[in-house]
Design a protein around this ligand. Structure first.
Ligand SMILES: C[S@@+](CC[C@H](N)C(=O)[O-])C[C@H]1O[C@@H](n2cnc3c(N)ncnc32)[C@H](O)[C@@H]1O
Length: 272
């Protein structure tokens, strides 16, 4: 599926939008290659991963959850880091792509890694919208804010290597459609942050330190948010006490006029 942003309705704003798109280096990069990513957002995750210790390439990584994943750019980046390639996407059948009916009735797909050289980690991607299959990624079409969604995601994460269905990394680029009301939109963003944190606290692997002082990495949460008066309170109350390190990041590839930012939270301590 190619990602086709909808043109704004007003002529003046659509002209401005087209001009901005034509100047945007990340839009150009995305469109310049036939095997390019499905979304401009993919470049944000690539940038964050490269600048912050290549957390997606950790050899110990077993499980990644991508919340608000459509059209699938972030999942493509994670799948690449797990050893899946763009070429594989053209050849999805060869990778044992099959429809998954056990977990979700509507539009859910999963793959069985065939290549023993891949890391064989599990990637679960969730969105309200359907996501075209990505080799190595199991997708769930559902509302993350609906009751029971956490259990469905945990079930999808389970594997013989990970019987508890824990997540080493939880990514959330989730954003509700803009309603036009700034107050409502920023409240929605905070509600999403709370819901993602609640999921992460039940799912993330815990950072441990052994008797010789050697620490395991602990789970990572990458959480998108939009400006809200209570954001700092959320960070202080929920993120800082529970993670070894919390960073606020505005990636260069994030549009300067967007109120979005990301928290990269590393080393889940599981104190909550
Ligand atoms: C900015 S897009 C994500 C782009 C994605 N990271 C990529 O690289 O392609 C935000 C997504 O969040 C999804 N979303 C918003 N609210 C949601 C909810 N309650 N449950 C699931 N997905 C949701 C939207 O449908 C949308 O696809």
């Amino acid at each position: 599926m190619s990602f086709r942003p909808t043109l704004p309705l007003h002529k003046k704003s659509s002209t401005a939008w087209l001009a901005r798109q034509s100047r945007d280096p990340f839009v150009k990069a995305r469109l310049s290659s036939p095997s390019s990513y499905r979304s401009r957002a993919a470049y944000k995750l690539i940038e964050l991963n490269n600048k912050w210790g290549c957390f997606l390439s950790r050899p110990s990584l077993r499980s990644v959850v991508d919340l608000g994943a459509a059209p699938g750019g972030w999942s493509q980046v994670v799948a690449e880091n797990f050893g899946w390639t763009h070429e594989a996407a053209d050849n999805a059948e060869d990778f044992g792509l099959r429809e998954e009916t056990k977990v979700q009735k509507r539009g859910s797909w999963s793959t069985e890694p065939m290549n023993k050289t891949t890391r064989r980690g599990k990637i679960v991607a969730l969105d309200l919208l359907p996501i075209m299959p990505i080799p190595g990624v199991q997708t769930l079409q559902m509302d993350f804010l609906a009751p029971g969604s956490a259990r469905i995601v945990r079930d999808a994460l389970k594997s013989p290597r990970n019987p508890e269905g824990t997540a080493d990394i939880v990514l959330s680029d989730m954003a509700a459609n803009f309603s036009g009301s700034k107050i409502r939109d920023s409240q929605m963003s905070l509600d999403i942050c709370h819901a993602v944190f609640d999921f992460a606290k039940g799912a993330l692997t815990v950072r441990t330190v052994d008797e010789r002082g050697k620490a395991s990495c602990g789970g990572i949460l990458l959480l998108k948010h939009f400006a809200h008066p209570l954001l700092q309170e959320f960070r202080k109350e929920h993120l800082e006490p529970n993670f070894h390190l919390v960073h606020y990041i505005k990636p260069e590839s994030s549009r300067a006029d967007s109120a979005e930012g990301y928290w990269l939270c590393r080393g889940w301590l599981g104190r909550t």
